[in-house]
Each structure stands twice: as C-alpha cells, then as structure tokens.
Design a protein around this ligand. Structure first.
Ligand code: NAG
Ligand code: NAG
Ligand code: NAG
Ligand code: NAG
Ligand code: NAG
Length: 593
C-alpha cells in the first residue's frame, strides 16, 4: 500500500487546570480513573477558527484527564495555507497560560496531503493514542461545527452511556443536514428522520444507517475496543463512512441523541463538494442564522470569537458592494433587531447605516400629516383586510420616502441598498449581489433582493439560473431593494405623499406592473427599470401566520368605522369601501414592516 502521506508532528504539551463539573464529591470519584480524548480535524479554512476555538476554550473536562489532539489537513491550496497552523499554534500557547483549559495536553499534527488512504492512517493514529493514553471516551469531530453550551457537552455525552453515539447537530432552518442519516431501506424513512431532526420526540435513537461529523465512543463497551483493535478494518471502506461501516460490521449499536440542542453543522449542498467559496458562504450563513433560533419573538446572542489570538480586523474589508450607501430602516425602540443585524453585518463584513424609522404608533398624528401635506389615494383599500392604510403603513412609506430624499440630496450616483430590519440573508446573498452590481452594462433603477411574487404566471423564469435576475411582475414587500439615483428621483417626482398608498403597492405601479388601473392612473411617469433576484436572496425573518411573526404595524389599525371617520377627518379624503380586489389563493394579509 502506497501512502502519499507526509506525517509531521508538532506536539505541544500544556498543563492546564481542570474543572470539576460534578464537584469534588463521590460522583466525581466514580470517574476518577477515566480519560477522555477529543480528536479534531482542522481544515485549512482559517475563517472558522476564531469561532471554533472559542467553543473549545469553554469545554470542561468531566474526567480525570482530558486530552486534545488536532489534525490539520492542508487540503486546499490557498494563499492562507499556513495561516491555520499559525493561528492554532498561537492559540495553543495562549491556552497553556490559561487557567481555564480543560486539557492536560494539546497536540497539533499536520497532514500535508489527503488521499483515500488517509482516513485509514488517521484512524490508526487515533488507535495508537487510545491505547497509549488508556482512553475511556473518544470524541471525534471537525472544525466546521458550532457547539452551543460547550460547558455541558462532554459530561452530557458521557451520561448518555452509549457505545457509539452522535449528538444531534443540525444545519440551519429548512435544510435537513445533520449528524445522522438513515438507510435507504428504512421503512419509516424521512418521517422517522424528520421526527428526530425536528425533535418531535426526544431521547437517544438507534440509527439504522449511520452517523457523521461527530462521533462519541465509549470504550467501556468491549465491542468498541474491538473495532479499534482490528487492524485491517478501515482499508477497503469508503473513507467518509469508514467508522459507520466498521460499526455495522461489528454490530455496534449506534445512536443519535436529541434531547439537548448541541449545535450546528453547515448545510451540505452539492456545490459544496466542489467549491470552497460555497463552504465559506454556508459557514457564515450558519453563524447569521443562529440568532434567529431564539424562543418566540427573541433573538439569541451571537456566536462569539476567541480573544486568545489576534484576529485580523475585518474593518478594512467591510463592503457596500460598490454602492454609495446601505440603509437599514429600524425603529429606535426595536434595539433587539438593530443588535441582531449589527452582529450579522459584522459576520458578513457589510457596512450599513441604520436609519431611524418613522414610528406609526408614536410619531404620526394629525399635525405630522398636515405638515407633510399627506393625502390618501382616494380609492385605496387594503385588498385583503378591506381597510384603509394604517399608521404603521404610513410610517413605513415615510421611512422609505425620506431615504429616497436622502439619496437625491447626496446625489448617490452609484445607487444604494435599502433593507428593512427583519431581513434574513440567503447563503449566497453576497456572492450574487456582488456579481450583479459589478455588471456595469446592466441598466437598473430598482432591483428587488427579496419580494413576494403576486403573479407567477406573468413571469418568465427561463434564464434565471445564469443571470439570477428576472423582470418582475406585480410584487409585494420592501424587505430589501437596490435603488438608483435616477430611480429615487422618479419616485419623488410623482409626489406620492399627496396620493399615498402602501410603499409596496407604489413600487410596482412605478415599474408599471400593477393590476389596478385605477390606482395606476394617478401616477404618470411609470418608467422605473426594475429587476428582481430569482430566487430571492433575502427574505423576512418571519412570514405572516408563523408563530414568531412580529409586525410593528400590528395593532396600529383603527377599527374600520372609526378609521373611516378618522381618515376623513385627518386627511380630508374619504375611503371608498367597495373597491374590493379579489384574488384567488392569496394570503390573508400582507406582511408589513
Ligand atoms: C455530590 O454532588 C451532587 C451534585 O452536586 C449532590 O447532589 C450530592 O449530594 C453530593 N454528594 C455528596 C456526598 O456530597
Ligand atoms: C508555508 O510555510 C512553508 C514553511 O514555512 C513555506 O515554505 C511556504 O511557502 C508557506 N506557504 C505559503 C502559501 O505561504
Ligand atoms: C470577513 O472578514 C474576515 C477577515 O477580516 C474573514 O475571515 C471572513 O471570512 C469575512 N466574512 C465574509 C462573509 O466574507
Ligand atoms: C450584464 O448585463 C447585461 C445586460 O442585462 C447582460 O446582457 C450581460 O450578460 C451581463 N453580463 C454578465 C457578465 O452577467
Ligand atoms: C394587539 O392587541 C391585542 C388585543 O389588545 C393584544 O392581545 C395583542 O398582544 C397585541 N399585539 C401586539 C403585538 O401588541
């Protein structure tokens, strides 16, 4: 057997203090003689290290001794080839000085090549360590995972008392990627998988299939010792699934445990097999999505980075995509949304400016409307709720309008991006937006980054795979759009405040794709050159009807009867009730800022 492996050793020992998470009493003495090895694959993707290493710092050791072995794979030939080694070495020496470390020793092994035989040698190396150190528990995973509550991880895994198990780590919302898979033959198939993934039932489940990305072995089970002693076992097997195949051959029961949410793994798209930049984007996306997993109506705090090593500051690299400004419309009282987005922009290296939204609930009154000389569009009525505009919608229009004025005032000739603060970014958001905005021959006034398609039958999706763009038909939402200076001027020149209707009705009128001829007729120069990303590259964080749907315009609607009076009184315009627009299969309400 020829192996192209060059095996380099760089061992650093550190003597750190251990946490006694079970206390000093008899429960800790019961595992006094147990030893645990954490064995980690590190790929040369230095961008993960600040986050990943911070989680390792927070691991606590529930055993007498815990050891940490890193295996760096130089798989990808990039300009940052040595950066991973440098950062890791720096971190190890900082850990050596730290009082916090859970580990007796930390070693770094470097693998300069990877072939199908690597896994065999890699596992042989692990076996050697297991017998040398007399290991009781082995945790194997790689640097692409994100651990939540690492403080509890190892003791929780031990408490499951299974020969071979994986904690449930999931990809972000909607993407069924996890640390376990099922056999194709499994009768219950995807339903069984989904129940475990979605945590519809909780516990440890026997997997008729396999596990990946995270393995936890308990060597107190004799059959587990056996698989690591059996020398030839890994040779013929497909490297990625070697452990699974061997476990099955040796009848080792394998479990996934989902009672605790242990963390995330990046979604696995097919493209990720071939393209490192896709993996990068999926990893960053995983970090940004984390905050959206909070219990109802709250955001989780962001995943934090280590402070033990110096990370190159990203401030220089912050982007506006070549635009003159990125505005984020945010109500001052929604500091939670502002903080969530600021953390997201930090991860994505985007430079944005928060723009104080006009608060329909607290700011707009009669005097305010009179000052702006606001008039309702006479025939306007919400097509779903059959009600006139509410204060939230007015505030939303004003917020967008004042930004358009700001664009014109500053003569932002490179255009701008306007986002609302409930925006959720797609994994390829940056890549696709950069690609489109760098095309100087594309003549645009408005580009929807996300929208609700109202008339799918009127759109042609043929070329969207190459171009990402489509000429949109009637569409709703203003969660994110790019606007040119020329576009901003057109939107203002029509004097929309004097015939106001919701901003996401105004935009389709202005690119002349609105079904209501009556409303349209009030506006003359409907010549916005509009495009839309298809599929959308951003969406609102919550859709109407979802449990966590939060709307800042909710409860700003006054009852129909009073509103009619109020509107008439405030705006000197009556609202015509029978201008009912009926549409099949449309949702019950529009989503609002
Ligand atoms: C050991 O610690 C556990 C958990 O803190 C506690 O419940 C138990 O009473 C302790 N036992 C003794 C003997 O102190
Ligand atoms: C990485 O380090 C080695 C040895 O220090 C050096 O020869 C090599 O050129 C470096 N590679 C890069 C991409 O900097
Ligand atoms: C942001 O910049 C840092 C370095 O400054 C880099 O590691 C990271 O990958 C960048 N993030 C994105 C999404 O490009
Ligand atoms: C740029 O936009 C023009 C006009 O839509 C289009 O014909 C061309 O293919 C685009 N170029 C690239 C590289 O996408
Ligand atoms: C809206 O009003 C209803 C009834 O007064 C109340 O139960 C609900 O919590 C309010 N919703 C919000 C978001 O304030």
């Amino acid at each position: 057997m020829i192996t192209q492996l060059i095996f380099l050793l760089l061992i650093t020992s550190i003597h750190g203090k251990r946490y006694h998470i079970f206390g000093e009493n008899d429960s800790s003495s019961s595992i006094k003689n147990e030893r645990l090895l954490v064995d980690i694959d590190i790929y040369n993707r230095p961008y993960v290290l600040p986050y990943f290493l911070h989680q390792l710092e927070r691991l606590t050791c529930p055993c007498n001794q815990c050891y940490l072995d890193f295996h760096i794979y130089h798989v990808f030939h990039t300009t940052t080839e040595n950066e991973t080694t440098q950062l890791l070495t720096e971190w190890v020496s900082a850990m050596k000085k730290s009082e916090q470390s859970a580990f007796t020793t930390i070693t770094i092994h470097e693998w300069t090549a990877k072939s199908t035989t690597d896994q065999t040698n890699r596992l042989r190396d692990v076996m050697k360590r297991i017998s040398e150190l007399d290991i009781t528990y082995l945790a194997m995973f790689d640097s692409m995972i994100i651990l939540l509550e690492p403080e509890k991880l190892l003791s929780t895994l031990i408490s499951k008392d299974k020969p071979l198990m994986t904690p449930l780590l999931r990809a972000t919302k909607d993407m069924y990627t996890s640390t376990f898979y099922l056999n194709d033959q499994q009768m219950t198939g995807f339903d069984y998988y989904k129940q475990i993934y979605d945590r519809k039932k909780l516990g440890c489940f026997l997997i008729d299939g396999g596990i990946k990305d995270f393995y936890f072995f308990n060597f107190k089970y004799p059959q587990v010792r056996l698989i690591f002693l059996h020398d030839k076992i890994f040779e013929d097997t497909q490297q990625q699934y070697a452990i699974d195949v061997v476990a099955r051959q040796n009848f080792i029961p394998t479990y996934v445990c989902n009672r605790e949410i242990f963390g995330y793994i990046p979604a696995q798209f097919l493209e990720a097999l071939y393209d490192e930049s896709v993996i990068h984007d999926l990893y960053m996306h995983m970090l940004t999505e984390h905050q959206l997993n909070g219990p109802s109506q709250t955001y989780l705090p962001p995943i934090t980075r280590t402070s033990l090593i110096s990370i190159p500051s990203s401030s220089k690299e912050k982007t506006k995509f070549g635009l003159d400004e990125i505005y984020v419309i945010n109500l001052v009282r929604r500091t939670d949304r502002r903080e969530r987005l600021q953390a997201t922009f930090d991860i994505l290296n985007i430079s944005a400016r928060f723009f104080d939204a006009i608060d329909g609930k607290h700011t707009i009154d009669q005097a305010y409307l009179e000052r702006l000389n606001v008039r309702l569009l006479p025939e306007y009525e919400d097509p779903y709720n059959l009600r006139p505009m509410n204060y939230g919608e007015l505030g939303c229009f004003f917020s967008h309008y004042f930004i358009w004025e700001d664009i014109v005032k500053n003569e932002y000739s490179n255009g701008v991006l306007i986002l609302e603060d409930d925006v959720r970014f797609d994994p390829y958001f940056k890549y696709k937006l950069e690609k489109i905005l760098s095309n100087r021959s594309l003549d645009w006034d408005l580009i929807f980054l996300g929208r609700k398609i109202m008339r799918p039958d009127e759109e042609n999706y043929e070329n969207t795979i190459e171009t990402f763009l489509i000429e949109p038909s009637y569409s709703h939402w203003t969660v994110g759009y790019a606007l040119s200076l020329r576009g901003a001027r057109m939107l203002i020149d029509e004097k929309p405040l004097q015939k106001i209707l919701p901003v996401d009705e105004y935009l389709p009128i202005m690119y002349d794709h609105h079904p209501n001829e009556n409303w349209k007729s009030h506006f003359v120069n409907r010549k916005l050159k509009a495009y839309a990303f298809h599929p959308s590259i951003l969406t609102p964080t919550h859709y109407f009807g979802e449990p966590n749907y939060i709307s800042d315009t909710e409860n700003t609607t006054i009852h129909r009867e009073t509103n009619r009076v109020a509107a008439a009184k405030l705006l000197s315009v009556d609202v015509i009730a029978n201008q009912k627009q009926t549409e099949e299969n449309t949702p019950m309400s529009k989503d609002e800022l």
